[in-house]
Design a protein around this ligand. Structure first.
Ligand SMILES: Nc1ncnc2c1ncn2[C@@H]1O[C@H](COP(=O)(O)OP(=O)(O)OP(=O)(O)O)[C@@H](O)[C@H]1O
Ligand SMILES: [Mg+2]
Length: 465
């Protein structure tokens, strides 16, 4: 453990306090002693100890009462109870009241130290878990308070505790995956796996073996047995992302899993029972796909037991300021910079923008702003031209020329690229003290190539005088 752990000892016998002080300090702990329950409670508050060693039998306020008050004030603080010989029943009671462990008098110092280490480790782990869980929660929070998003969250809460299949629809970047994960996290299956399959990213020849698994030697290249995603998700949730991109053959097989609750590995005649909750997502309009004959209607009805549509960001502009503030905070923390202020004018422009890439685009835009804006304030001129201009995002109007900054002088795409490349290289060289090898490594190019570029752009090291 990094810092010294502080142990508060509450015991009315001075001899015991002294001997514990010696043992603890010898082992590198910090010792705080109290002779009465009252004093102990006060010190517990003032000294913020990492652990309390508490005697049960004391004049005045007895140990059990002290224990109750300690637990009430801070239930994360571990308390180890010291009980006199033959008072085991009291010790048991203490454990029931939330003591971490108990030690019987007279005790060997080894016994005390082992118990302390156990208690401190347990506490350490629990703290760590808490921090991790909190970080995960922030990362997966659904931000927004528009009516549209409220309807989504209401549907999520209704769907989560059930086992019903959910079909999430919506444009790219609206938060479909986030919705799927939120449902899983709030379901009875939350302790089991959430297995994600991106149906659009897996080549047609592989998707069946990916989903259902295969036996060794079932086809050329199947050198090892593979357990399919459905089996991996047993007792948990499978997330079929981009489900509209599945081939008719795969659709038929998935339908079978949904109907029968069983899978067959390729090359095996054995059926395996699986208990899997299915959540599917698509950015296609599946009704249209059914019309076109590319998506099975029966599968659609199986999937859309609970349909959830996530509306595009431009239809819920009320969420934009909250999201912007959330991501400003988030990326400031991530990049270790002071949180920047954002002006109303900039916020208004961000709110008017059409966000074709939805929340993902907004997130990337804010991340870039945090990194690129020098000052403490993000104002209108700091925004990308496409966001700033009032016609931005409304169809082809946004294709008018007007790249940012120095690049405006660039006439052709080539000139633009060269200007940008030159500026990038100079910046990186400066950052790395004009050390060519280091710069080449940082930007991931061979040294020879970097030398070539220096010559091409006639870049020479700046000197201060
Ligand atoms: N309501 C929200 N609050 C905060 N962050 C959100 C919200 N909705 C989405 N996000 C974030 O936006 C990004 C895109 O979300 P997600 O990946 O869930 O979208 P998607 O609909 O699955 O997109 P695609 O169709 O491209 O796969 C993620 O970083 C996600 O955390
Ligand atoms: Mg997605």
């Amino acid at each position: 453990m990094a810092s010294r752990s502080r142990i508060l000892v509450i015991d009315d016998e001075a001899a015991i306090r002294d001997s514990l002080r010696m043992t603890l300090e010898y082992e590198g702990y910090e010792f705080v002693g109290a002779a009465t329950g009252q004093e102990g409670l006060a010190l517990a508050e003032r000294e913020a100890p990492d652990l309390v060693l508490l005697d049960v039998k004391m004049p005045g306020m007895d140990g059990l009462e002290v224990l109750e008050r300690l637990r009430h004030a801070n239930d994360a603080l571990p308390v180890v109870v010291i009980s006199g010989h033959g008072t085991i029943s009291t010790a048991v009671e203490a454990t029931k009241k939330g003591a971490f462990d108990f030690i019987e008098k007279p005790f060997a110092s080894e016994r005390v130290l082992t118990t302390l280490r156990n208690a401190l480790d347990t506490r350490h782990l629990r703290d760590e878990n808490r921090t991790l869980k909190k970080a995960v929660e922030v990362r997966h929070q659904m931000i927004g308070e528009s009516r549209a998003l409220e309807q989504v969250t209401a549907a999520v809460s209704r769907a989560a505790p059930t086992n019903a299949t959910v079909l999430i629809s919506g444009e790219s970047g609206v938060g479909k995956e986030l919705v799927a994960r939120t449902i899983h996290r709030n379901s009875q299956r939350s302790r089991e796996r959430f297995v994600q399959v991106n149906c659009a990213a897996i080549p047609e020849e592989l998707i069946e073996s990916e989903l259902f698994g295969h036996e060794k030697g079932s086809f050329t290249g199947a050198t090892e047995k593979q357990v399919g995603k459905f089996e991996q998700a047993d007792r948990g949730t499978i997330f079929l992302d981009e489900v509209g991109d599945m081939s008719p053959k795969t659709q038929a097989k998935v339908l079978r899993v949904l109907q029968e609750g069983e899978v067959e590995r390729l090359g095996s005649a054995r059926t395996i029972k699986v208990d899997v909750r299915v959540i599917a997502a698509t950015n296609k309009n599946l009704e249209e796909e059914i019309e076109k004959g590319t998506f099975r209607e029966d599968l659609y009805f199986r999937l859309a037991v609970i349909p959830i549509h996530v509306p595009p960001l431009r239809e819920r502009p009320d969420d934009i300021p909250l999201l912007v503030r959330h991501y400003v905070e988030f990326f400031s923390r991530e990049n270790n910079v002071r949180s920047k202020r954002i002006t109303q004018a900039a916020l208004d422009a961000l709110q008017r923008y059409r966000w074709k890439g939805n929340i993902r685009e907004l997130r990337n835009t804010v991340e870039r702003l945090i990194i690129m804006t020098g000052g403490e304030t993000i104002d209108l001129p700091d925004l990308p031209e496409s966001v700033r201009s009032p016609t931005a995002g409304v169809g082809p109007a946004s294709t008018k020329p007007g790249p940012e900054g120095d690049q405006t002088k660039a006439g052709t795409l080539r000139e633009f690229k060269e200007n940008a490349e030159r500026a990038f290289l100079v910046g990186k060289l400066r950052e790395n003290g004009w050390n060519i090898s280091k710069t080449a490594e940082v930007i991931g190019t061979p040294r020879s190539n970097l030398y070539k570029k220096l010559e091409q752009y006639q870049i020479a090291q700046e000197t201060d005088g």
